[in-house]
Structure formats: C-alpha cells, structure tokens
Design a protein around this ligand. Structure first.
Ligand code: 5AD
Ligand code: SF4
Length: 475
C-alpha cells in the first residue's frame, strides 16, 4: 500500500525533472484483461481532469475494455475526482453511495478512485476505513501504472492503494481517447509551485514540470494531420511554462508562437496566473490570428488586503494595469473572463465592495464565482474565518448580479455581427439547432445543416442571452 502524505507532497526538490518515454507498458497477462468487459469513467473538476480521463479511457481500451455511458452497465467504474472545494468531495462520496448498492448486486464489479481526491491523506484514510469494498485507488502521478495496479488487485483481491506523494517526472507516450474529433486538450505542463494559500492543487498535482516544446509541437502537428481544428494548451498556471527548464530559455510566448505556426485553426490556453503574464505573451497573442482572443485571467478578489492573504503576489492596482494592457493590445472585441472567490477569511464588507468595484471596472465577459471552501492542509484553512455562511451566500448573490449584467452586455454587442463558429454538436437545448463556440468562447446556437458539424462557419448573430448567442449560418 502506498498512502499519500501531504508533508511529502509539499516538498519541492531541486532534482532535475526527467522526461520518461517508455514508462507506459501493459504486462502481457493484462493485454486481454478487459475483453468482454465494459468500463465507465466519471470525471469531476477541471479540464486537466477531463484530459486525464481521456488517458485513463485509452489505457483501459488498450486492455480491450469497451466504453459504456451508463455506470449501471459497467464491469469497471473509475471516479476521476476533484478536490478543489467541499462540494466536489460531497458529489464523489454521494456517487460512491450509489455504486455501493450496485456492487451488492453485481459482485464482480470493480470500483476505483482516481484524481485529486486520491492524493489527499484524509480521503484515502476514509476509504481504507469505511470503503473497504472498493477495489483500487491511484493518484494523479501514476495514471500510467493503471494496468499494474489492476494486476496487483487481481492477485490480492483486496483494496489496492497506490498513490505517489512526490510527482517525479514527465511521462511521455501515453495514449489518449479524445472525446472530440475537432478540439483537443494538450498538456503543456503539470503541477504548480504558486501555493496560493486557499488552494489544494500544489499538493495534489505536485511541483511544476513543463513538457519539452518538441513533444508538444509534435502532438499538435499530429492533431492537425488528424483534422483537429482547435487545441487548448493545458496547465495549472500556463504562463509559467518553461520556467523550470534548467538549460533552455524557452517560455510561454515561444511555445504559443510555435504552436500557432503549426497552422492549427485555433489555439487556446488555460489557466493564466496574472503574475507570469508577460508583455511578450500579449504581443504574440495579438500577432497571430489563430491564437484565440480569449483570456481567462483569474483575479480571485478585488481587495489588495485579501489578495495578500491569498498569497497571489499582485494587488488590485497591478491586476487592473495588466487587464488594461491586454485590452488595449487585443482590442475591445477580445473576451476576458475570471474566477472570483467570496468569503475568504478576513474579508469584510469593504473588501467585498472592492471586488464589486473591480467587476464593475473590468466588465468581464463572464466569471466563475465561488464561496471560499477551506481545504485541509492549506495555510488558509488555519486562518480565522469570521464571515458567516449567510453573509457569504449574500455576497455571492450580489457579485453574480454584477457579473451577469456585464455578461449580457458583452453578448448584446454581438447582435447583428457575423462571427466564426466551430460547430461541435447538435444543440442541447434544441435539437433542431447546432452548437459551437466563437474564438472568444461564446456559446452559439445556430440554425444550420448537420453537415457543418466539425467545421468553422460564419454565423450571423440574431439574439443574445446572458450565457449564449443565437444565430443563422451566413453562407
Ligand atoms: N475555495 C473556493 N474556491 C477555490 N478555488 C480554488 N480553491 C478554492 C477554494 N479553496 C477556485 C479559484 C480557482 C478555481 C479553479 O477554483 O477561483 O481559480
Ligand atoms: Fe480539481 Fe484542481 Fe484537481 Fe483540477 S487540478 S481536478 S480543479 S483539484
């Protein structure tokens, strides 16, 4: 058994990061392990996790499992979990409750836990204590070891816990069963060294490790060959890409430029920390048409006092300065979105009003807003939290009012314009329409023939809602 340890996870060693290309192997006796068996992977959390689930699925398919969309039909269930807030935890444990009933009827069913919750000591101890009926637990650093973990479990027939606290290296050569044929996630780095005081990610995802530029470019070139139209470069803090290279001077602006030069129609990147956003990056984004005019720039709070307590390393003023620089360079058509936490320990009415005033000033295209959720093991969890639950809920409500007002205003500006949309699927709200996104990340429902799915088309926008636009194809 290998149980996670937060003290270990917090360590940042000076050891050089190795790029390992031959770590993923399926033992011979596991090659047909999934024959005639179905798997179901449930994903919680961020895009990083979505992409990890694509890798987990591909590994299972390499062992000949077939996919099912219904967990009730599965022979193997993996929950790929998120640890960022309490409610992500609760959802997972709720799902485990339902699965337990299923397992009582279907004794051969295998159930595993993966992702960020698996990296948490307290979660794994709870699983060992109260969820002995589960089959295996693995973490974010050893996804490539899934075949071996299943093999061990088959031998021992006991709950197999195999979680690495130290991240180790960059594993190349992993397969991926991509959910979309048109847009793809591409990891450019793993982990995070920022240690914002509220955030669990530096513990669950380990130290920052950038992939080699040539491996990333090769992946993108292959995606272009396979007909992909869009890539999203993924990392917890993509602007710090390359800062961990010891010998190379190659940063995010260089990578963005090289990815743009592959000729892929659209390049996106998430998530940006304002701290590492350089002028050179802004110049590259402005220079290349295929780098989307969409920046997700989490601010977290508008109060410099709270930002300091959060360990964000910028003030309200310096965020606004960066925001204006980006706006001036990319123009008013660019879309800028953010993340905001309300009710951080010590946030008083005046601090919260600073956040409201920042939202009024920036007029974000949209924002993800959250109530602060203490995460065990992080510095903020030890701070005195003097804001009541009711007050936090009221602040969230007041903030959302402002965010929604500007989201609608931003969308209204599109009415009458013709924009390019990558059509992805039939619309969820109306199956006579198709749905896709603009390069500025606006969801568009469009009247057009299904043959356009997978293509970038011109759409004339006729109506704007707070969270979507409606339009017709402009041929
Ligand atoms: N409580 C509430 N929200 C959080 N986030 C990260 N950690 C917490 C927490 N402990 C939010 C931040 C981050 C987004 C992904 O989740 O806004 O940008
Ligand atoms: Fe959740 Fe963060 Fe893990 Fe993503 S990296 S799954 S947001 S805890």
């Amino acid at each position: 058994m290998k149980i996670p340890d937060f003290k270990e996870a917090k360590k940042r060693t000076k050891e050089e990061i190795k790029i390992l290309k031959n770590e993923y192997n399926i033992p011979d006796d596991m090659k047909d392990y999934g024959k005639n068996k179905k798997y179901f992977v449930k994903t919680y959390g961020c895009q990083m996790n979505e992409h990890d689930s694509e890798v987990i699925s591909a590994i299972l398919e390499d062992m000949k499992f077939t996919k099912t969309d219904y967990y009730e039909d599965a022979d193997l269930i993996i929950l790929n979990t998120c640890a960022i807030r309490e409610n992500a935890h609760n959802k997972t444990f709720g799902m485990l409750g339902r699965i337990k009933h299923l397992k009582q009827e279907k004794t051969n069913l295998m159930v595993g836990l993966a992702g960020c919750m698996s990296q948490e000591e307290s979660v794994v101890n709870e699983i060992i204590d109260k969820y002995k009926w589960m089959d295996f637990v693995f973490g974010t650093h050893n996804i490539h070891k899934l075949p071996e973990i299943l093999k061990e479990h088959t031998k021992s027939k006991k709950l197999e816990v195999n979680v690495w606290s130290n991240e180790g290296n960059v594993i190349e050569g992993l397969p991926s069963k991509r959910d979309s044929k048109y847009k793809a996630w591409v990891n450019i780095m793993y982990g995070c060294d920022k240690f914002c005081t509220y955030c669990i990610v530096p513990y669950t995802r380990g130290k920052q490790r950038s992939r080699m530029p040539e491996d990333i470019i090769d992946e993108v070139k292959n995606l272009v060959k396979d007909g992909y139209k869009e890539v999203t470069l993924l990392g917890q803090n993509v602007n710090a890409y390359g800062k961990d290279f010891k010998e190379k001077d190659y940063k995010m602006e260089n990578l963005l430029e090289d990815v743009a030069k592959t000729g892929i129609d659209r390049v996106r990147f998430v998530t940006s920390h304002p701290w590492d956003f350089t002028d050179k990056m802004i110049d590259v984004i402005a220079k290349y048409d295929n780098i989307c005019n969409y920046i997700h720039l989490p601010v977290q709070s508008g109060s410099s006092k709270i930002l300091k307590l959060m360990g964000r390393r910028y003030s309200k003023e310096s965020y606004l300065e960066l925001y204006k620089k980006i706006r001036n360079k990319l123009g008013s058509d660019a879309s800028i979105t953010t993340d905001i936490i309300v009710g951080f320990p010590g946030e008083d009415e005046k601090d919260f009003e600073e956040t409201l005033s920042l939202a009024e000033e920036c007029k974000f295209d949209s924002a993800f807003t959250f109530i602060y959720s203490p995460r065990e093991g992080t510095p903020a969890a030890k701070m005195v939290d003097n804001v009541s639950k009711e007050e936090k809920e009221k602040r969230l409500y007041r903030l959302n009012d402002v965010i929604n007002k500007y989201a609608k205003e931003a969308n209204d500006k599109y009415v009458g314009k013709t924009v390019k949309v990558l059509v992805e699927s039939v619309s969820e709200k109306d199956n006579s329409m198709l749905a896709g996104y603009t390069d500025t990340m606006k969801l568009v429902n469009v009247k057009a023939d299904k043959k356009y799915i997978g293509q970038i088309i011109n759409v004339k926008i006729e109506d704007a809602k707070t969270w979507s636009l409606d339009g017709t194809i402009d041929e």
